[in-house]
Design a protein around this ligand. Structure first.
Ligand code: COA
Length: 318
């Protein structure tokens, strides 16, 4: 007998264990930790007791679905069924709840990210009316060789994130740099304040470039070393989470300089590689990454279901 019920805080460990079992079985390469899950659980806009359903068999969590709800009325779906409990209708039941919930929450669309090689799981999404919307690339640079040093163009200065006083600047440059980017939305200062106050946040891995004359922030980069994940995977890869240049300051070498600053810092911190995700429809960024030797490692496909009565929405982060 499988019982379905809403998430409770005491389920957190069960969700993490199941996530990691599925990650190993499906080679998703995305193990998580309790701390990471709790970060998500407490994030602004998150309400897992409302938006996450668990499937339980004999006291064990064997499946869950979460509809992560963005303020733009975009849902992001994460559905996992334990490998030993597949093909018994659990996924179908969880998906049924998720789509009904998305309707009740008046979502305009639901997006589901999935690794390109998981064809069976993509067919499953197709049965529920999801269609391929976008492909993202996962790119990786091995840091064993010589790296060029960043060359900051004349008239610009680079500095690290300093303290809480920089949160507004970070929010502003993020929103302006990513305004036209697929899947992004406008972020609130409180959201950035939350993420920059997590215990893992390292101001030494966030950089701003300023125009010297005006003091204006022209670009930024944000890297992360996720020690918990490194412990789980044994792969000492750091992550370039965000890289953005203000539209008025593009094509002057700032993107390249920020990226080089970030990869050099990851190497100085003992990372063996740098990884990042880039939207497949972002040729400028792909060209920049390839020019520094980043190689495509995998593909993440975004499937989308448009909800009845709606035609548009967008945006997520992290
Ligand atoms: C991608 C981005 C960070 C590049 O910043 P930038 O300061 O303009 O980049 P640079 O001037 O350092 O350019 C470096 C290289 O990138 C490539 N490139 C960047 N913009 C390009 C464009 N508009 N057309 C063609 N190539 C481009 C080129 O290879 C360029 O080298 P070159 O000038 O010697 O030809 C910037 O366009 C941006 O902020 N875009 C929106 C946010 C985004 O997509 N971020 C990346 C998310 S993964």
């Amino acid at each position: 007998m499988i019982a379905f019920r809403n998430f409770r805080v005491s389920d957190a460990e069960g969700v993490v264990t199941l996530t990691n079992e599925c990650s190993a079985a499906d080679q998703l390469d995305e193990p998580t930790s309790l701390a990471e899950f709790q970060d998500q659980m407490m994030a602004p806009n998150a309400d897992f007791e409302r938006d996450l359903l668990v499937a339980v068999s004999q006291g064990h969590l064997v499946g869950f679905v979460n509809v992560w709800i963005e303020p733009t009325r975009r849902g992001i779906l994460r559905l996992r069924v334990h490998p030993g409990f597949r093909n018994r209708g659990i996924g179908t039941a969880l998906m049924g709840w998720a789509l009904e919930h998305a309707g009740e929450m008046d979502l305009a669309l639901v997006d589901a990210p999935i690794k390109a090689r998981l064809t069976g799981q993509q067919a499953f999404l197709g049965k529920f009316g999801f269609a391929l919307e976008r492909c993202g690339w996962v790119m990786r640079l091995e840091l064993s060789g010589e790296l060029p040093l960043p060359l900051i163009p004349a008239g610009f200065n680079i500095r690290n994130f300093q303290d809480e006083g920089d949160v507004e600047a970070l929010t502003a440059i993020t929103n302006v740099a990513f305004a036209e980017h697929w899947g992004e939305r406008e972020y609130a200062v409180d959201e950035e304040r939350y993420w920059t106050s997590r215990p893992w946040f390292d101001p030494g891995l966030v950089w701003f470039v300023h125009e010297a004359r005006s003091g204006q922030v022209a670009g930024y980069a944000w890297a992360r070393i996720n020690e918990e994940r490194i412990k789980l995977t044994g792969d000492r890869a750091g992550h370039i989470g965000e890289l953005g240049v203000h539209p008025d300051f593009r094509r002057r070498g700032l993107g390249r300089a920020l990226l080089l600053r970030a990869v050099n810092a990851l190497k100085e911190r003992g990372m063996a590689a740098a990884e990042l995700e880039v939207d497949g429809g972002n040729p400028n960024a792909k060209r920049l990454y390839e020019s520094l030797g980043f190689l495509k490692k995998g593909e993440l496909r975004w499937y989308r279901k448009q909800m009845a009565g709606h035609d548009q929405a967008g945006g997520t982060k992290r």
